[in-house]
Design a protein around this ligand. Structure first.
Ligand SMILES: [Mn+2]
Length: 323
């Protein structure tokens, strides 16, 4: 991947008009942090998206970081030079419909990709543990002045959350974290304590506990699977199930005519042959909808009935060989 291609694309787009930097609809720290940090490098770039998650919202408020919340059918600026999409493997993962005939640039680190690219578009997909890692490399080389303490905090927070507090880190992501801190005027330990404090209100706690009380553990081919359904916080529930010893965790949810599957796998399971992102993508080919992600963390969204979608995933897992 050539950072100069990205710099050229951004320069051209920004000279033709406004360039929204669009986030993934889950609004997690990686996508929000990436968008705001990148947007800070050029006055024609603006971070925006459908939704902003809890931690991202809190951090943006504290850091006074500019982010615009969009409607599902956004009113785009009249004169647009392009749209940059960060940390989303497909258009549906942004939750908004993009205008036609505007060049797009997708900056992403997912293993799967459902975007279609035309000749004026740029796919900038890099193997990295977080999208903020890619943005940091870009800013370091092309806009070092943009690397203020605020931007460094946003980038680091994205890296910390996408690696599960460095549990899934690798050498490159650790090096990146160290470089982000290298020029920073804040302390790592203080910062991590600050972003770790998360408040869960009583209705959220109730929803998580309900999901946990419905769990079923099954031997699925060569794999242990624990699955349940939840109203909210599927990612959190799946994470708890893995910590409780599940090899693979599947949490489903149905809302407003849409079913969502969220899956997590242990490191050992991915080493032994499970790739959840590829499984979710295969699922979208067999039962429709859209799916993808990483080897150990992935999701699928579609119109299928919740139980039918779960069953399709379970059948797929049962067929997955153990290396
Ligand atoms: Mn990410």
């Amino acid at each position: 991947m050539n950072l100069q291609d990205l710099a050229d694309w951004i320069e051209k787009a920004a000279s033709n008009g406004a360039v929204p930097v669009l986030t993934g609809r889950n609004g997690d720290m990686d996508t929000i942090g990436s968008a705001i940090a990148l947007a800070s490098s050029n006055p024609n770039l603006l971070a925006c998206g459908l939704h902003i998650g809890k931690l991202a919202k809190r951090l943006c408020l504290e850091l006074d970081a500019p982010f615009r919340k969009l409607a599902k059918e956004p009113s785009w600026p009249a004169k647009m030079g392009g749209i940059i999409i960060v940390d989303a493997a497909s258009e549906s993962q942004t939750g908004v419909s993009l205008p036609k005939d505007v060049p797009i640039c997708v900056i992403d680190h997912h293993d799967t990709c459902d975007w279609e690219f035309g000749e004026n578009d740029l796919e900038f997909r890099v193997k990295a543990r977080a999208t903020t890692q890619i943005i940091f490399q870009y800013l370091k080389k092309n806009a070092p002045d943009a690397l203020t303490d605020e931007v460094r905090k946003l980038l680091l927070a994205g890296l910390i959350t996408d690696t599960g507090r460095f549990k899934h880190a690798d050498q490159a992501s650790l090096k990146c974290a160290s470089e982000i801190l290298g020029g920073a005027g804040f302390e790592y330990q203080e910062f991590i304590e600050h972003i770790q404090t998360e408040e869960i209100n009583s209705s959220e706690r109730g929803a998580i506990l309900k999901a946990l009380s419905r769990c079923q553990s099954t031997e699925c081919g060569k794999w242990n699977l624990v699955h349940t359904y939840a109203g909210i916080h599927e990612g959190k529930v799946a994470g708890i199930l893995i910590q409780a010893g599940a090899e693979i965790a599947l949490v489903s949810r149905y809302r407003d005519g849409e079913t969502r599957l969220t899956a997590r796998a242990t490191r050992l399971a991915t080493i032994n042959g499970v790739h959840l992102g590829e499984m979710m993508q295969e699922l979208s080919q067999t039962i429709g909808g859209e799916g993808g992600g990483h080897d150990g963390a992935a999701g699928w969204t579609g119109k299928s009935d919740r139980v039918a979608a779960e069953t399709a995933f379970i059948n797929l897992l049962a067929k997955t060989r153990r290396d």
